[in-house]
Design a protein around this ligand. Structure first.
Ligand code: BJW
Length: 258
């Protein structure tokens, strides 16, 4: 259990963070697995995290897929099935309210998550850096499509060319989709406030966005259960579950006017 920090200094930090958001013309948000933890999806590196049951090197690399595609598909089919049992939580919904408040052109949500919960909550401007569990693509031809939560079986094949399909996920040793990555860099490089939520800030190049924001003079607010490497670049670190901290932050922003 990670109790919420209810100290007066935590309230002051929340107020200061709301002030940073209020002063920003543009806001970018970078989220990680922690924001979906309160929806019931395990994080990657926490206790009970996916990597404890499955070594990521065994499942989330192109080499693993070449070696044993059935194992990799079993892992992703399990993750796809889990999506059918979860809903966005108050942290996701708070980010929807933040986007609504700022309006078009002033807000970009960059996520490392592949669970689609930001869009399910109603966020509109979402950049998915690491792909999406619902999508598949062919290992040979350009076919790529959203298969929702359909049961795919252990070795699903492409309707177009008959070759093996793979999850449309960015695995280790793979490049991020270039257009999405460029858009994320632009959003971070032009925002005045970067909100970093529920990421261990360990996996690159996504983690490098925090430093990029800092270098381009954005104020950085971090929301996490614990300090991370991003904390060194943060103007405010709000410790606590994002499903509680984010609604309070957005509420504080709203009650401060503008
Ligand atoms: C809460 C909370 C609550 C919990 N409220 N907070 C050595 C070998 C191989 C590669 C590398 C290497 N060294 C460096 C690399 C590069 C590699 C990398 O960065 N590795 C690091 C681990 C060192 N990166 C890559 O390979 C990337 N590509 C690349 O670099 O291309 C160039 C290249 C080309 C050719 C050759 C080599 C390089 C691609 C990275 C893709 C990452 N993909 C994954 C897996 C996807 C598969 C899947 O989902 O099945 O994406 S990795 C995994 O980590 C996933 C996540 O998106 C990503 C980030 O994790 P995240 O979101 O931060 O989660 P956690 O669990 O780490 O943290 C959760 C946080 O939440 C914690 O801080 C908690 O405290 C907090 N929390 N509950 C608030 N309620």
């Amino acid at each position: 259990m990670h109790p919420r920090d209810d100290s007066p200094s935590a309230d002051e930090a929340l107020g200061r963070a709301a002030g940073l958001l209020r002063a920003a013309e543009r806001v970018a948000v970078l989220t990680g697995a922690g924001i979906s933890a309160e929806s019931g999806l395990p994080t990657f590196r926490g206790a009970g995290g996916l990597w404890e049951g499955h070594r990521v090197e065994d499942v989330a690399t192109p080499m693993a897929f070449a070696r044993d595609p059935s194992l990799v598909w079993r892992f992703y089919n399990m993750r796809r099935a889990a999506l059918g049992t979860v809903q966005p939580n108050p942290g996701h919904h708070a980010l929807v309210r933040l986007e609504e408040r700022l309006g078009e052109g002033r807000f970009t949500l960059i996520t490392q998550n592949v669970d689609g919960l930001h869009r399910a909550a109603g966020s509109r401007r979402v950049l998915e850096l690491h792909g999406n569990l619902r999508r598949v693509r062919c290992t040979r031809c350009p076919a790529a499509l959203d298969r929702g939560l359909e049961e795919l079986g252990e070795l699903p094949r492409c309707d177009q060319c008959g070759e093996l399909l793979r999850p449309d996920i960015v695995w280790f040793h793979e490049m991020l989709p270039q257009d999405v990555w460029m858009a994320a860099g632009r959003a971070v490089g032009t925002c005045q406030c970067l909100l970093v939520v529920g990421t261990s800030a360990n996996v690159y190049p996504a983690a490098g966005l925090v430093r990029l924001g800092r270098d381009y003079h954005a104020k950085v607010i971090e929301v996490n259960l614990e300090r991370t490497p991003a904390s060194d670049h943060a103007d405010e670190t709000l410790l606590g579950p994002s499903g509680e901290v984010l609604p309070r932050l957005v509420q504080a922003l709203a009650s401060g006017g503008r």
